[in-house]
Design a binder for this molecule. Structure first.
Ligand code: APR
Length: 233
């Protein structure tokens, strides 16, 4: 089976009702992005960060995977599909995608502030708060505070190397719903081997090299076109 690697961004979840980042002039749900998504912001006001991601988690409960997420699962019938996503939502997994790598962390998880390898899937009855919300007072079973398992601006992206490895093995690479402004994720495109078929689905595409086939459509429509295109090859 040919290796089909997906690189998705906020745009793929837009039609599930989750706002993107830069379509709202840098205000992420009325918060300046750097206050709620940077390491400095976390050090400055950890209570705000807990509150913000609590709100995101509750919002995510009301969202469902859309036809684009489901279309990628459909492609697993014909291809060895690997999903690399910048998104912290779990809509790819909820759609049924078998292999999902999160570059920027996962909203439904928190981790120990002292031992980052101790990661907890919410809700978790080992924590002092047993629901979907945490605070600066939440403690893990070792008595340590926790933080959202999210990669904040100013922090390293440990999953980038494995993602590069997947892109270098791809026969087909499909980039969906990203403005290609945040690095290192935006650099993944450049790691595609010569001869790899590369597609970019986005209704307002960023400028990309000429060897990229741009499908200037919303994710649900663009993925439907892609499925037809790949099955007619
Ligand atoms: N279908 C497909 N793409 C869409 C849709 C849609 N229905 N609606 C909007 N888009 C596109 C926009 O045109 C834009 O190119 O989605 C992209 C969203 O861009 P950003 O908001 O910049 O999101 P993303 O590229 O995923 O951001 C990268 O930035 O804030 C950080 O960590 C955060 O992972 C995030 C990273």
């Amino acid at each position: 089976m040919k290796k089909l690697v997906i690189s998705s961004g906020a745009g793929i979840s837009a039609e599930s009702g989750i706002k993107t980042f830069r379509d709202a002039d840098g205000l992420w749900e009325n918060y300046p992005v750097m206050d709620v998504a940077s390491h400095e912001g976390f050090l400055r006001n950890p209570a705000l960060i807990h509150q913000f991601y609590n709100e995101r988690r509750l919002q995510l409960q009301g969202a469902q995977p859309n036809a684009a997420h489901l279309g990628l699962v459909e492609l697993e019938k014909d291809f060895d599909v690997r999903v690399i996503t910048q998104n912290v939502d779990d809509l790819h997994e909820r759609a049924g995608s078998a292999n999902v790598l999160h570059l920027h962390g996962e909203l439904m998880k928190v981790r120990s502030m002292r031992h980052p390898e101790r990661i907890y899937q919410l809700p978790c009855d080992q924590l002092t708060d047993k629901g979907l919300t945490t605070t600066v007072d939440t403690r893990d079973p070792y008595g340590d505070p926790v933080r959202p398992h999210i990669v904040f601006f100013g922090e390293s992206v440990p999953e980038f190397e494995p993602a590069v490895g997947l892109v270098q093995q791809a026969d087909i690479l499909v980039v969906i719903g990203t403005s290609l402004v945040v690095y290192p994720a935006a650099a993944l495109l450049q790691y595609a081997r010569r001869g790899t078929e590369v597609y970019y689905i986005d209704p307002n595409p960023a400028s990309v090299p000429s060897w990229v086939h741009v499908i200037p459509k919303k994710a649900t429509e663009g993925v439907a076109d892609l499925i037809k295109l790949l099955r007619n090859q």
